[in-house]
Write a protein that binds this ligand. Structure first.
Ligand SMILES: Cc1cc2nc3c(=O)[nH]c(=O)nc-3n(C[C@H](O)[C@H](O)[C@H](O)COP(=O)(O)OP(=O)(O)OC[C@H]3O[C@@H](n4cnc5c(N)ncnc54)[C@H](O)[C@@H]3O)c2cc1C
Length: 394
């Protein structure tokens, strides 16, 4: 195989595939000169997983073979990136050394179940669930159907995560499920964060939702241990350090996450472990041939596919400018969107930017839950994902 490409893209997820598609449609001379490095056989539409976990979507509709989403004109190296040398402009992927002129890092985020004692070995048994692993999402719904009494605890870590509101989506739809079935189950939410949501308007609505639904929610409570066989979850108060043990019938874990560990020695990461890019241009702060978007980047927004959609045109225009030896002039403003199902069929659609002020795209009040938003997320978003975003359209 060839050893040099004009553009190398690390990761064939949302950011990697959409960037390859868009740049190939804008710069025809890059045909066969774009390499995507991605080890997985499949590409996943992850935003649908919380709906699968609550029984309102089929798992099979959430994936496609990777070769079907690689755009025409791009080459695919099915291998895992092991290291990057941005000075020599070289990538090591498994045993292959590839050099590049320009590099896009779209390696996503790493799940860190090991930060919670006992979590990894407990997952998939005794009602210990997660919607972040493809092979376990169906177990979430199976457990929900089997929970007839006791507590369902949904957790969210203090650390940055992808799909920022997936825990709340599960919480509210599971609450709806339990109420529809009239079961004697208590629903609890435990978050390691200081607030429910970082934009006041949506924070206020989420507080109202929790209160109206009589959900027992507590903030600053981080899940630190799972005792699977005893069905107990241990939480630590992030202020006082006190620990509390709560029994559960079902535990839905959103794990802590971190940036790409394979890049630790590359010099590309900031102190927190994210790819250190300018928050507006998405160009690396030190290496001007490197760009990053999506979950692995240091962009200080909520890590969502919806954010990638807004980052995509800016990144590609800036990259083309750099390829023409110009300074990047286009700016990303941090826009992202967080859809929060408040029950089956109703959804709040939070949209905002770096300033944490609402930037709503409809004439409706998006902090009020609406049927139309739920239908949009369930039925329209997958179509827009597979047939527009992955084809490079933002
Ligand atoms: C449960 C859940 C719910 C979500 N809900 C929503 C939602 O409602 N709305 C929304 O907009 N977003 C949602 N998201 C988030 C969204 O899926 C991500 O933000 C988006 O996929 C980010 O794109 P990315 O390209 O940065 O990462 P990804 O799409 O995760 O892609 C990263 C790619 O890098 C590859 N990779 C990893 N390591 C290596 C390596 N060493 N070498 C080569 N390749 C590697 C991976 O295999 C993967 O294909 C959700 C995510 C989850 C898991």
């Amino acid at each position: 195989m060839r050893k040099h490409y004009k553009l190398v893209i690390l990761g064939g997820g949302t950011g990697g595939i959409s960037t390859a598609s868009r740049i190939l449609s804008k710069k025809k001379d890059l045909k066969d000169d774009v390499l995507i490095i991605e080890p997985d056989d499949y590409h996943y539409f992850q935003p649908a997983w919380p709906l699968v976990g609550s029984g309102d979507e089929k798992l099979d509709s959430t994936w496609k073979p990777m070769k079907k989403v690689i755009p025409k004109g791009a080459c695919w190296l099915q291998a895992a990136v092991k290291n990057v040398d941005p000075v020599k402009r070289e990538v090591t992927a498994d045993d292959t050394l590839i050099s590049y002129d320009f590099l896009i890092v779209a390696l996503g985020i790493e799940l860190n179940y090991d930060a919670i004692k006992g979590a990894r070995e407990s997952l998939g048994h005794n009602g210990v669930c997660t919607n972040y692993l493809y092979n376990l999402v169906e177990y979430t719904y199976e457990s929900l159907k089997n929970t007839k009494s006791g507590n369902i605890i949904v957790t969210k870590p203090e650390a940055k995560i992808k799909g920022g509101v997936s825990a709340e989506n599960s919480l509210f739809t599971m609450d709806d499920f339990i109420k529809q079935q009239d079961r004697n189950v208590d629903i609890m939410f435990r978050s390691g964060r200081e607030e429910l949501f970082e934009v006041k308007k949506y924070n206020d609505s989420l507080i109202s939702q929790m209160e109206e639904k009589h959900i027992d929610y507590k903030l600053n409570e981080e899940l630190i241990e799972v005792k699977g066989k005893q069905k107990q979850a241990v939480f630590k108060n992030t202020y006082t350090g006190e620990t509390h043990t709560i029994p559960f019938e079902m535990l839905v874990i959103t794990p802590p996450m971190h940036g790409p560990s394979v890049l630790k020695k590359s010099g590309l990461l900031d102190q927190e472990g994210w790819v250190d890019v300018d928050k507006h241009t998405m160009m690396h702060k030190k290496y001007t041939t490197v760009f990053s978007l999506g979950d692995s980047s240091s962009l200080p927004t909520v890590k969502m596919g919806a954010a990638v959609r807004k980052q995509l045109p800016v990144l590609v225009d800036n990259l083309i400018e750099r390829m023409n030896d110009q300074e990047p002039t286009h700016k990303y403003d941090g826009r992202t969107a967080c859809p929060i199902a408040t029950e089956y069929g109703e959804l709040i659609l939070a949209e905002f930017g770096y300033d944490r002020k609402p930037k709503e795209t409809t004439f409706l009040n998006q902090a009020d839950d609406k049927m139309i938003f739920y239908q949009f997320k369930k039925n329209m978003l997958p179509i827009m994902y597979w047939y527009a975003l992955l084809k490079g359209k933002s």
